[in-house]
Design a protein around this ligand. Structure first.
Ligand SMILES: O=C(O)CCC(=O)C(=O)O
Ligand SMILES: [Fe+2]
Length: 347
């Protein structure tokens, strides 16, 4: 019988050290998680605590701005996934009420004369900064330092993941060069105590689109991972300073479904405000995703045709927008859960 366990908390520090036995143990632990549900937490990474605390302050400062000021940088005003998303803008789980969360999206600072912007490449353009905020320059620089630290951590995590598949530690180097990624600030107000448990969600059940997601939670719980062997929702207990790591749909496809992109959701029943900061790592938009080595048994075919990161992640966005359009046209919600990335279904 399978015993359902919440994602384990792994010590990542051997990655930075010389103890080969400890490294091998970390790689084995990560492989086990990737095969099971693609979720684990890491401590012992090298993101400075001051930077984590600094960015959490930025998150709280942003969301405490007057609503009208937040709406000056509304995400609907651009097509490259930057800016503010109002409460109730998404429905990620069909049949539930609009998600009880507001968001703020940040990406690489790509000027309007950059070829990526001109050619409308995946999520590429300038950030939408809340210019009316006090000390906005400090806000921008903390956000971007944190964004860059997340890129570095994603590269380190991928070095470990490469080794879980017996690949060269540098296997993902081209994939991580000039990679596109999105940092999302999230605020979940407490759910009203009388809200209907069946339909009220902070974020409805979904999977992420990209390769890996690195999530920092504050101390308020609410994130849950679905355990299919027991049909249960397992709590991902907040651990101060830790990152929740999970694989996205593109990684599952890349591994021929050997590794898992798992369904998760947030319900904030804590009675407190909840803040979290996911970082969605897509990768180099031109990189070709084709079945990774060591993911298939002899003679087993590749399940998916090769496609670029941009084709796969961009395609997921398009599909979710299509679903949002369909939802708007119907009064009877469908029953399937959908897959989400940073933008998912904008209703
Ligand atoms: O806020 C969280 O803990 C999870 C957020 C999440 O799953 C997402 O943004 O895709
Ligand atoms: Fe997610």
């Amino acid at each position: 019988m399978t015993i359902a366990e919440a994602p384990p908390i792994l010590d990542f520090s051997p990655f930075y050290g010389k103890d080969e036995e400890a490294k091998a143990k970390l790689i084995a632990q990560v492989r086990k998680c990737c095969l099971h549900n693609g979720f684990f937490q890491i401590v012992g990474h090298n993101v400075p605590t001051e930077l984590q605390e600094g960015v959490l302050k930025c998150v709280k400062r942003f969301f405490s701005m007057p609503q009208a000021e937040k709406e000056l940088v509304l995400k609907e005003k651009n097509t490259w996934n930057r800016g503010y998303e109002k409460i109730g803008s998404q429905i990620l789980e069909a049949g539930t009420a609009p998600d009880l969360k507001e968001g703020f999206y940040i990406g690489e600072e790509i000027p309007t004369d950059h070829p990526y912007f001109i050619h409308k490449r995946l999520n590429s353009g300038p950030n939408f900064w809340p210019e009316t905020m006090e000390d906005v320059d400090e806000f921008k620089s903390t956000c971007m330092s944190y964004y860059n630290a997340m890129h570095a951590l994603a590269r380190d995590v991928l070095v470990v993941i490469a080794q879980t598949l017996d690949l060269d530690p540098r296997f993902f180097k081209d994939f991580t060069t000039d990679a596109v990624a999105t940092l999302r600030f999230l605020h979940y107000p407490p759910q009203p105590p009388d809200s209907d448990e069946k339909i009220s969600r902070g974020i409805g059940a979904h999977t992420d689109f990209g390769s890996v997601t690195l999530l920092m939670q504050d101390e308020v719980d609410g994130l849950q991972v679905y355990e299919k062997s027991t049909n249960e929702w397992l709590d991902v207990v907040p651990v101060k300073g830790a990152y929740v790591v999970n694989l996205g749909d593109m990684f599952q496809r890349w591994s021929n479904d050997l590794y898992v992109s798992n369904t998760h959701r947030v319900i904030n029943k804590s009675g407190k405000e909840r803040y979290s900061i996911p970082f969605f790592y897509s990768g180099n938009p031109d990189y070709k995703i084709e079945c990774l080595p060591n993911c298939r048994k002899e003679g087993e075919p590749a399940k998916y045709p090769p496609d670029s990161v941009e084709g796969i992640v961009g395609g997921s966005y398009k599909k979710s927008y299509g679903a949002a359009e369909a939802f708007k046209k119907t009064t009877t919600p469908a029953t399937a859960t959908v897959s989400s990335g940073p933008t998912a279904i904008a209703v």
